[in-house]
Design a protein. Structure first.
Length: 194
């Protein structure tokens, strides 16, 4: 099995690549990231599309009071990035932190963007996955407005039980827009009902 099989299989879920086009792997760098290590930090331009081979990450920002707000959580076979920084090549506002020891593939902006002009299927792949990420973020905004904290928790645990088991409670609480204490109360209530 190729070292790049996972990412190529991810791409092939959406588009077909020729054998020659699979050579995009030549621009991929592979890195091992330790738990709590950052791959994106505010003030620095996000220069890579980062694919998670193994591990888990969260993207978060700090408000004026120093409170953390988790924007996204990603695990194997997902991309993690600060989209605004990457697309506009402007300084990031977010942190991307490894929640576990992780293995990532990174594709630099200066390599991937010209390749997308050359390989239509690759451009199409990134268009589709970016649109899916945007649609998901819109859905999340609506759920934050229309659902109670407990409904948001139920919805997330139903869709992503494997993630709920892996991420620290404070990360999940921050992502769901509630305090860690409130999430604890919800979990205790659920345990007593079952």
């Amino acid at each position: 099995m190729s070292k790049y099989a996972r990412i190529l299989n991810n791409i092939k879920r959406y588009v077909s690549l020729t054998v020659e086009e699979e050579e995009i792997t030549s621009i991929i760098t592979s890195s091992r990231i330790k738990k709590k290590q950052y791959i994106i930090q505010p003030g620095f331009v996000c220069r890579n599309r980062t694919y998670i081979v193994e591990g888990a990450f969260r993207v978060f920002y700090l408000d004026e009071d120093g409170k953390e707000h988790t924007v996204s959580i990603g695990v194997e076979d997902w991309f993690v990035t600060d989209f605004f920084s990457y697309i506009n090549q402007t300084p990031a506002l977010n942190y991307a932190e490894a929640l576990e020891d992780s293995h990532i593939f990174q594709m630099p902006y200066e390599d991937i963007e010209p390749l997308c002009k050359e390989i239509h299927a690759l451009s199409e792949y990134f268009r589709i996955t970016t649109e899916k990420a945007f649609a998901f973020s819109r859905r999340r905004v609506i759920s934050n407005i229309s659902m109670t904290a407990e409904q948001r928790y139920d919805d997330y645990t139903e869709k992503y039980p494997h993630i709920v088991k892996r991420v620290p409670q404070y990360v999940l609480a921050s992502y769901l827009g509630m305090s860690q204490e409130f999430l604890s109360k919800i979990r205790k209530r659920k345990m007593h009902k079952s």
